[in-house]
Write a new protein. Structure first.
Ligand code: GUN
Ligand code: ZN
Length: 435
């Protein structure tokens, strides 16, 4: 197969940036070339040497003067919530009960799940997100629709059939046995097929009985390589209700610990209001606190103490995510804009290098997938995006005064959105605007 060479300004992170001046944390090629062959990155570096040594015969696509980055990664989204974004509610539990649970009931219809799955991939690719970690609905057919669509699209996606057997409408409940059997079937049907990854997905402790949590534990023991995703400590009222349902547990985190659910591939959505004991336990387990900035602001859930978690003697691993549809934007750029403001309100700084590291390599490392995604390293999957820092008149005007790469990234984060995404490549194929 002929190789394709993409010319542009390449940016790929190597490690966590220690400051806004940490030039050793990334690789930047001001006239760079990325060579793709068979869906993988075959070469990367400065244009002149890559062209001469690695790809003299390659087809060339010129993306100058734009930036070429790894595809963005979103570590927490709800695929059945595309039609509840922007629903007016006082808080999390009101929002779930009034809008979200009724909406998810619609996914009992296969045709509806298939239609929304098509929109899901269109919208994520339009925003430059090439990998997402998704909750489907309780209905197995919703997971089948999601994974079947992803098999057609070719992206690396992590998703799971939601397990929930109480405190929700009848149309949204399974049983411990159903949750176990259907999750096993989803794993058998989809895990490892194409780039599909199945996650064990108990929604949260409020909607799972102890019997269902035990079924979750059985799955986690049977399939230790799988991701586990759930929600934790998002909202004060949620925390109190949860603890009342599991009085034997020390705290909310301890509920998941008791069922063996805390490990290095466990993603804990929100995790805003953790005690020191909980943060220690999560740190020791190596689980991930998933920060969902637009959702936390939209639902008024609280200010995620990212810097405090990272600075602890026992640091908490973190990732970032949109949390569509509690979140209010599909764009990871907009998401990091809000993450920045959440740190500002706590008198902490989140520098633009850290933001772009988090959306790419940082999130890939949180998923234990940095050998495949989140980077432009040779041999990894060719998921990458092309970003225009002057995509709108306001951005073009501001770009006139930008002097450094960090300033440019900060501008992209502050004023950018899907309009800045010129193209999205999944396994080497251009997918923006193509259903
Ligand atoms: N906690 C349990 N389910 C959900 C959900 O769908 N969205 C959010 N934001 N929090 C939850
Ligand atoms: Zn969520």
């Amino acid at each position: 197969m002929t190789a394709t060479l993409y010319r542009g300004r390449l940016l790929s992170f190597l490690r966590t940036p220690e400051s806004v001046a940490d030039e050793g944390s990334y690789r930047y090629e001001s006239d760079g070339a990325l060579v793709v062959e068979n869906g993988r990155i075959a070469a990367m570096g400065d244009y002149a040497s890559v062209k001469a040594e690695a790809a003299p015969d390659a087809i060339e696509i010129d993306h100058r003067p734009h930036l070429i980055l790894p595809g963005l990664i979103d570590t927490h989204v709800h695929f059945p919530q595309m039609q509840v974004i922007g629903s007016y509610a006082a808080n999390l539990l009101e929002w779930l009960n009034t809008y979200t649970f009724p909406e998810e009931c619609r996914f009992v219809e296969t045709a509806h799940a298939e239609r929304i799955a098509r929109h899901f991939f269109d919208e994520f690719f339009r925003n430059g997100t090439t990998t997402a970690v998704a909750y489907c609905s309780v209905h197995k057919a919703s997971a089948d629709a999601f994974f079947a669509e992803n098999l057609r699209r070719g992206s690396l996606m992590v998703a799971g059939k939601v397990m929930m057997d109480r405190n929700a409408p009848q149309g949204l409940l399974d049983t411990p046995q159903m949750a176990y059997d259907e999750t096993r079937q989803v794993i058998a049907d989809w895990h490892g097929k194409g780039r599909n990854h199945v996650a064990i997905t108990p929604r949260f402790a409020i909607t799972s009985t102890p019997e269902q949590m035990a079924a979750t534990q059985a799955l986690a023991e049977e399939f230790p390589e799988l991701h586990i995703q759930t929600h934790l400590s998002e909202n004060r009222e949620e925390i109190d209700f949860t603890c009342s349902l599991y009085p034997e547990a020390t705290d909310y985190t301890d509920i998941y610990a008791r069922y063996g659910l805390l490990g290095r591939k466990t993603l804990l959505g929100h995790a805003i209001h953790l005690s020191d004991r909980e943060a220690d336990a999560i740190s020791e387990a190596g689980s991930i606190a998933v920060h969902c900035p637009t959702s936390n602001l939209f639902l008024g859930s609280g200010l995620f103490p990212m810097k405090r978690y990272q600075r602890r003697d026992k640091p908490v691993r973190i990732s970032v995510a949109t949390d569509i549809g509690g979140g209010s934007s599909y764009s990871m750029l907009k998401t990091m804009d809000e993450a920045y403001k959440i740190q500002q309100l706590q008198e902490e700084r989140l520098n633009p290098l850290e933001s772009f590291h988090l959306m790419t390599l940082g999130n890939a490392e949180a998923l234990s997938l940095s050998d495949r995604i989140g980077t432009l390293e040779i041999g990894t999957d060719a998921d990458f995006i092309v970003l225009d820092s002057a995509a709108t008149p306001a951005m073009a005007l501001r770009m006139e005064t930008v002097k450094t790469l960090a300033e440019e990234l900060f501008l992209l984060q502050t004023l950018g959105d899907d309009r800045s995404v010129v193209e999205t490549y999944v396994a080497g194929c251009a997918v923006k605007g193509r259903s």
